[in-house]
Design a protein around this ligand. Structure first.
Ligand code: EPZ
Length: 416
């Protein structure tokens, strides 16, 4: 396993190119199963989760390979099984459920277990697919799904679920008749998936709102499509500029999709300007703590909670961070405290009091965004920070140490 070694205290200055979005690329790769023709995707980030997905697509009968950010998926004779040892490493594998049922009327997908940040059930996915005519049973930890032909339905989610909306969107694209998704997730990655499906010929309206209409059609054509940039990677680097007191130009940074994050960072005192060639973030004065509540889009994203908490550790005053989406997404807190942060957890809220400095320490990554917050803290801390188990980080950040080193960070990867 690898680890990252960071010598903190260097203000980051320069420009960083934002990669394609992991959370848009994953559902779009699974959606390629729906097309009967080759699909060419670009701006696909070089990440562990992407390669896990490509391995699964190959297993399902859709030969594909990765070449410099480009992937061609050639749907063949589809097979129904997503094995446990693949699903357990990546929960998003459950997104093959809708496409398989839509294309071949059967699926055998390992039930994704919980993960570090919560139980993360898939009941909303199954409920919606059952309303469309699928029948499920659970056998030895696998979801067995069958249907003659999916039909349209009116589906109201108990809560806005990104994966649930994506699974049902893909299933509805090829179902018989019309589907309405109520209380749908509005995340930009869901919209990107809908735009990809529309490019393949799907009839979808309302994407980006909480009510999405789909009129099912018989087949989808092949297409060439470029995936949106990663708003969470961009938000993470905005926080890096704030924490190190530097100045970073983020090329290809999605602005509208990051509005809630940019507003919060400006509230903290950062200067963030939208320029023709990117977003310029700088931190010319001491930051101040703010209160943050994570919400479904367009609210403040849960995937930026750990990163803004790291930023608040060195800001003036105190702020309350409330995690409203997942039940256990404070795994980064105790590691930040080991670096000198003053954070008190009470249930789903954390009280952060800014301190004058953080000190480097050996710390342990636990999940993707917690790892990112430890990298941010290490960049600002005095001394050396050693971050173990960074395979979590490699799931969602493309070449992060190279990108950071290019703007002045003293960071290197070593074999543990
Ligand atoms: C997606 O996960 C993202 N992953 C997550 O990003 C992100 O944190 C999350 O959406 C919320 O924005 C991908 O897109 C691959 P949900 P997902 O279904 O779809 C509950 C990262 O760091 N729920 O929107 O799994 C669930 O427990 C990852 O990149 C049910 O109860 O999230 C949670 O409390 C982490 N039943 C809430 O809904 C269901 O059937 C939101 O989950 C489905 C969800």
């Amino acid at each position: 396993m690898d680890k990252l070694i960071i010598e903190g205290g260097v203000p980051l200055t320069g420009s960083i190119d934002i990669s394609g979005s992991k959370n848009a690329a994953l559902p779009i790769l699974f959606a390629a199963i729906l097309s009967g023709e080759p699909v060419r995707l670009c701006n696909i980030p070089n990440l562990r989760d992407i390669h896990t997905t490509l391995s699964l697509l190959n297993l399902l009968g859709c030969p594909c390979e990765y070449d410099e950010g480009r992937v061609t998926v050639t749907p063949g004779e589809l097979l129904p099984e997503a094995p446990y040892d693949m699903v357990r490493t990546m929960r998003a594998s459950v997104l093959c459920l809708g496409p398989l049922l839509a294309r071949i009327g059967q699926a055998r997908v390992a039930l994704p277990g919980g993960c570090a940040i919560g139980a993360r059930p898939v009941d909303q996915h199954l409920k919606g697919l059952e309303l469309m005519g699928a029948r499920f049973e659970l056998e030895q930890g696998y979801i067995l799904g069958r249907c003659r032909k999916l039909h349209g339905a009116r589906i109201t989610f108990d809560m806005p679920t990104v994966g649930g909306t994506e699974n049902l969107l893909m299933a509805a694209a090829l179902a018989e008749g019309d589907t309405v998704l109520e209380n749908a997730a509005r995340e930009p990655e869901v919209t990107d998936l809908a735009n990809f499906l529309i490019a393949c010929g799907a009839r979808i309206e309302g994407q980006g709102t909480s009510r999405i209409y789909v009129s099912g059609i018989n087949s989808l054509r092949g297409v060439e499509y470029s995936v949106m940039p990663d708003r969470i990677e961009a938000g993470t680097f905005l926080a890096a500029a704030g924490l190190t007191g530097g100045e970073l130009l983020l090329r290809g940074c999605p602005v509208n999709e990051l509005e809630s994050v940019i507003l919060k960072l400006r509230d903290m005192g950062m200067d963030i300007d939208v320029l023709p060639d990117g977003v310029l973030a700088k931190c010319a004065r001491p930051l101040r703590c703010v209160d943050v509540k994570t919400e479904p889009y367009p609210g403040f994203p849960t995937d930026m909670q750990a990163q803004i908490m790291a930023l608040m550790c060195l800001a003036e005053g105190a702020g309350v961070v409330e995690e409203r989406i997942f039940e256990n997404r404070f795994m980064h807190v105790l590691e930040l405290v080991r670096m000198g942060a003053d954070i008190r957890i009470s249930g789903h809220t954390a009280l952060v009091r800014g301190v004058r400095r953080l000190t480097g320490a050996p710390v342990m990554a636990s999940d993707l965004r917690a790892s990112a917050s430890l990298v941010l803290a290490g960049l600002a801390a005095g001394g050396t920070t050693e971050i173990r188990r960074i395979y979590h980080l490699d799931r969602g950040y493309e070449k992060i140490e190279a990108k950071l080193a290019r703007v002045g960070a003293r960071i290197r990867r070593e074999k543990e």
